[in-house]
Design a protein around this ligand. Structure first.
Ligand code: CMC
Length: 391
């Protein structure tokens, strides 16, 4: 209700924009639950598509429901041929996040039978199109950047294996998915599936509140995710670690520069608006980092630098007083690198993981009869009324 009283809350630190039944976070205690289930139990027992169903439809699927969901998604992995060519005309050196956002935006042009937010069947089709095609488009964004041919999806494979083959397979040689990589990537994608009203999800909801279609809304979400303070942090962390190594500067010295706020330098992958404790996802990712690197036989001194940074920061008053802990992005990049992904693809992986959350929130917003168009107020700070010069 409009009260006539406008309050300023820059960054929405204290203002709830919606009610939501999808994800619960207690930032003080470091708790994260999807639909009531603790993230640790989900990571241990579920898989990507089952968790996607849980987020989108509210309850765990029966075995039959999950099988039908998986089958329907596999059936829709092919892109329209014109759309495949769309990825060919973008510049090879474009950032894959720009390519991905453009691809999802273009889906509204190619799949016009799925645009009506007031038609539940069309919303369902748009959901399936997105889940089926986002990994394919993410792979094409990569293939374009390395100058390799786009592969067709292999629908005999599961969601993550198909994605890995599209990324790393070539026309020249058969490609065998490494089960260690597949299992670890699936776990990482699951940990990213939702995180309540983060900047990209809030963007998806805001765009959707205008009754814009699901593709337009998700494309806006991908653009919001690309920023280094949000999903782009996983890429920024690896760059930071690489720069520390290349400069020969000690980790202590780097931390001093962060504390002195030298040229706005921040410890990327640290801090969170909601978590004032260890991000529970970061705990799980850190475990995976050690396991995956050992299983792949990779020794990476960037992981050592990351651990040293964490150790120093957690024992330093600057970080303690501000309750800054590692977030989900701190260790993911080291794992993605060990798997063979180039740095520019890290945020794209975040987007593939986050898609079910965006869809779940858009649908929750769209189905809620109390939803109003998102339209923040402002406190005007400009000139008072004045006369335009007569001419
Ligand atoms: N390194 C150094 N100082 C920091 C950091 C950091 N990473 N994060 C916050 N601070 C300081 C900040 O300078 C401020 O200090 P002071 O009170 O002296 O001015 C204080 O901590 C509070 O920071 P804030 O900027 O008001 O906090 P926020 O809630 O607005 O920002 C954040 C949250 C995640 C944007 C921020 O912590 C940050 O920039 N972190 C680095 C980027 C990052 O890792 N982002 C990924 C977030 S998690 C996954 C995702 O959302 O994609």
């Amino acid at each position: 209700k409009q009260t006539g009283l406008v309050t300023l809350d820059s960054g929405f630190v204290n203002t709830a924009a919606t009610r939501s039944a999808i994800t619960y976070i207690d930032g003080g205690k470091g708790i994260l639950r999807y639909r009531g289930y603790p993230i640790e139990q989900i990571a241990q027992n579920s898989n990507f598509l089952e968790t996607a169903w849980l987020l989108i439809y509210g309850e765990l699927p029966s075995a039959g429901e999950l099988e039908a969901f998986d089958k329907r998604i596999r059936k829709h992995t092919l892109l329209h041929e014109d759309m495949r060519r769309f990825f060919d005309v973008l510049p090879f050196n474009a950032h894959p996040m720009a390519v991905l956002a453009s691809g999802v935006s273009a889906m509204a042009a190619y799949y016009q039978d799925s645009l009506n937010p007031n038609d539940p069947e069309q919303v369902e089709t748009a959901t399936i199109h997105l889940l089926a095609k986002l990994p394919v488009m993410a792979a094409y964004a990569h293939k374009k950047s390395v100058g390799q041919a786009f592969l067709y999806p292999d629908n005999s494979l599961g969601y993550v294996d198909n994605f890995l083959k599209l990324i790393f397979g070539t026309l020249a040689e058969p490609y065998e998915v490494d089960p260690v990589v597949s299992k670890a990537l699936e776990r990482l994608l699951m940990l990213h599936e939702d995180h309540e009203q983060n900047a990209s999800t809030s963007t998806v909801r805001l765009v959707g509140s205008t009754e814009a279609n699901l593709f337009a809304s998700v494309s806006a979400g991908i653009s919001a995710l690309s920023g280094p303070l949000h999903g782009g942090a996983n890429e920024a962390v690896l760059k930071m670690l690489g720069e520390i190594r290349a400069s020969g500067e000690s980790v202590e010295k780097f931390v001093e520069r962060v504390k002195n706020k030298e040229q706005g330098v921040r410890l990327m992958g640290f801090g969170h608006r909601v978590y004032k404790n260890y991000d529970p996802r970061a705990t799980l990712v850190k475990e995976s980092a050690d396991e995956v690197l050992a299983a792949l036989g990779v020794k990476d001194d960037l992981l050592d630098i990351a651990k040293e940074l964490e150790h120093i920061a957690l024992n330093d008053d600057y970080f303690r007083e501000r309750k800054l802990y590692p977030n989900v992005d701190f260790y993911t990049g080291v794992i993605y690198k060990a798997m063979g992904f180039p740095t520019s693809m890290f945020t794209v992986l975040f987007a593939v993981g986050r898609l079910p959350g965006w869809v779940a929130h858009w649908r929750e917003m769209n189905a809620d009869p109390t939803t109003k168009i998102g339209r923040p107020q402002q406190l005007y700070t400009g000139s008072p009324a004045r006369d335009f010069p007569r001419r």
